[in-house]
Design a protein around this ligand. Sequence first.
Ligand code: ADP
Length: 193
Amino acid sequence: MLNIIIFGKPGSGKGTQASIIKDKYNLQHISTGDVFRKNMSSKTDLGLLAKGYMDKGELVPDQVTIDMLSHEIDNFLPCKGFIFDGFPRTTYQAKALDNLLSLESQKIDLIIALDVDNTTLTERLLQRGKSSGRSDDQSVEKINIRLQEYDNKTKPLVTFYMQQNKFFSVDGIGSLQDITSRIIHVIDKYTND
Ligand code: ADP
């Protein structure tokens, strides 16, 4: 299997790139944000719980997120690999992911971060909010809360994966195709080594 995490701040383009990369390498794409939003629109208990946090721009509690992810992984197995998008977002989640994969004798191979500055991210998210209607994309205040959540809870993952030599960062600014090529370059270098 090939298991990749696509990483980056809100609005860095993780979802867009993950859906291109999953086709190229035949991977299953799991976006925790998308799974939460599906649950929100069908008004499941999980969706109602997640909504309270997502609307405020805060992370959903770890255990709720991990249980959901574990369920998603089970649904897709067996498969050629995963591209995780929006997960893990805390060190606790990263350790839980290692445990889940080790149950299948699997591991994370690569974490690829999309590097984008906060000014560009804020512009992108406000723009996306106009068409997506996502409540968390509607104001600079909410976007700032998400960026703070990233700094406080998610950023430590950079060191976590760097220490394992699995962390690669690519420039997340440019044309869609250019960014995809940068990601493919990292993956192909890894798989050909
Ligand atoms: P973005 O990357 O633009 O923030 P996502 O769809 O990945 O968009 O996430 C939207 C929201 O969903 C997050 O702000 C958070 O509330 C919730 N969420 C998604 N993934 C996780 C996660 N792994 N842990 C906790 N909350 C999450």
